[in-house]
Design a protein around this ligand. Sequence first.
Ligand SMILES: [Zn+2]
Length: 109
Amino acid sequence: MEIESVTCECCGLTEDCTQHYISKVKAKFAGKWLCGLCSEAVSDEVSRSRKKKTTVEEALNSHVSFCGSFSKANPAELVADGMREMLRRRSAGYLSPATSKKFARSNTT
Ligand SMILES: [Zn+2]
């Protein structure tokens, strides 16, 4: 299998990946390659804002500027820390939609 070195469009992290994997990621993110952490963050952004119909490209752009604001002052390591923190905070919010749904159901019956 062919291994290629690719650079993340968001945080600039370089990874060695198979060409198959690279093309899979690029197909998903509008022709851009993202590292594991960034692709997770962008997918998360898209799935969370489905109601607002955020496209992959919009989520990508906002993530690029998110990374940019970190990397101006900090090395990639801190970008990763910031993203982990963001994902942790977001996943805590996942509970609320289910709770409100349950509440709505008990109101109608
Ligand atoms: Zn990245």
